[in-house]
Design a protein around this ligand. Structure first.
Ligand code: KE4
Length: 428
């Protein structure tokens, strides 16, 4: 019998001090029921909770842990940096190294600015697009999540979707009046939006592979169409690669799909698990940022030496290891095993995957957008989640999140996961 007594005691106290007992909503398990466990430590593809339960981790702190947890090179880099000071608010050499590494991996990035979160990166990219084009309107897609900045928290994904009220309280209508929300994978709706708002749309921001409503992929030609439409209308194409960047390929989704956006947002992996975000693109656009240009953007901890040291270690390790090939192989093994498990159990499942990101939807209809995703059987997902957790496999605690494989996962881990799924799915 699995004991989670220490987690339960911690959660009871956390609820007295922290809203919902968590510092980010999705961690609260509200979408799957029950209560969250508290982690004691993590190493490689595994985490141990405070009650000593060992879990194979497919959340990977929501993407950053692409090399697994506590990678020795990242730990050493952070230790070395910390001994020299934890924050300066003064330019430090690591910021230059990080910028060089991002540019080397992502050719569309001619200049890059660091932030301390993906939310800040996306918020800043939107402000920059508006400042550069002198236009106000922004197109986003339902189910896509770009952090919790007011103007984008509309029909957002991730936690906002999980809670069933996509639009957040506290966001005045005036703050979203310039946000146009369209269905993903629907080119005609984009053309219509530009026709209805001539010379008013500053840009389109999207997750090139949405991972905040589960996971679904761009239909063939969709990203190319967005590139053509934005270029033809003087609007910017902004790829939010906070999740996909440095994961779906060395150069992110834009390399995998061969699209050159005008601006890109990053986070997660480039911080090696420490607080980070970044946005970058054409020098002509980026040079509109203060102190050079009129678009203000700032951050006390932007380019923080510890986050830079961790991110540099992560990017350099990714560069030197054949990470992408290994991740693709593990992902293919998981996909094949999960599909077989669902078939054997007679459970209708859509297994969507792209590189080392994946999602299991409990529905018999293919999932290409948010509307399709909303047809998933969330009660069944919740049972599946807890069954897998009790079997020692930690999946994202919401149907509307993606799973992540790391280079620390092994074929044996995947086999263990698939065997657990085969048993759990029979009980659904
Ligand atoms: P942060 O502000 O959480 O660093 O990044 C926001 C963000 C922006 N863009 C994309 C594509 C993202 O996936 C995210 C954050 N991802 C969620 C996971 N779905 C973070 C988990 C959480 O909110 O606790």
């Amino acid at each position: 019998m699995i004991s989670r007594a220490k987690s339960e005691a911690l959660f009871a106290e956390a609820l007295q001090h922290i809203p919902g007992g968590v510092n980010s909503p999705v961690r609260a398990f509200r979408a799957v029921g029950g209560q969250p466990f508290f982690v004691d430590r993590a190493k490689g593809a595994r985490i141990w909770d405070v009650d000593g339960n060992e879990l194979i981790d497919y959340v990977g702190t929501w993407g950053p842990a692409i090399l697994g947890h506590a990678h020795p090179k990242i730990i050493a880099a952070v230790q070395h940096a910390a001994e020299r000071g934890t924050s300066f608010g003064i330019p430090n050499p690591l910021e230059v190294t990080m910028a060089r590494l991002v540019k080397a991996a992502v050719p569309s990035v001619e200049k890059v600015r660091m932030t301390s979160s993906g939310t800040e990166a996306c918020m800043s990219a939107i402000r920059l697009a508006r400042g550069f084009t002198k236009r106000d309107k922004i197109i986003k897609f339902d189910g896509c999540y770009h952090g919790h900045t007011d103007s984008l928290l509309v029909k957002a994904g991730s936690g906002a979707l999980t809670f069933g009220h996509p639009d957040s309280a506290g966001v005045p209508a005036a703050f979203t009046q310039h946000t146009i929300v369209l269905p993903y994978n629907d080119v005609e709706s984009v053309k219509a939006a530009f026709a209805a708002n001539p010379s008013q749309i500053a840009g389109i921001i999207l997750e090139p592979v949405p991972g905040n409503a589960g996971l679904y992929l761009p239909r063939p030609g969709y990203l190319e169409a967005l590139r053509e439409i934005t270029a033809a209308n003087g609007a910017l194409l902004i790829f939010d690669e906070v999740m996909t960047g440095f994961r779906l390929a060395r150069g992110g989704a834009q390399q995998r799909f061969g699209i050159r956006p005008d601006l890109s947002c990053f986070g997660k992996i480039i911080g090696g698990g420490l607080p980070v975000g970044a946005f970058g693109g054409h020098a002509e656009i980026m040079d509109c940022l203060a102190p050079l240009g009129p678009v203000y953007q700032a951050g006390t901890l932007s380019g923080n030496p510890l986050a830079m040291a961790a991110g540099i270690a992560a990017l350099e390790e990714l560069e030197t290891s054949d990470a992408c090939r290994k991740l693709e192989e593990l992902s293919a093994q998981l996909e094949s095993g999960m599909k077989d498990a669902a078939k054997a159990a007679g459970v209708p499942v859509q297994f969507n995957a792209c590189g080392s990101m994946f999602c299991v939807y409990f529905t018999d209809r293919p999932v290409h957008n948010l509307a399709d995703a909303m047809h998933s059987d969330r009660a069944r997902f919740a049972k599946y989640f807890h069954g897998m957790l009790d079997a020692g496999v930690y999946l994202a605690p919401s149907q509307f999140e993606a799973g992540f494989i790391s280079t620390a996962h092994t074929p044996a881990d995947i086999d263990t996961t698939v065997r657990a799924a085969a048993k759990v799915m029979k009980s659904l």
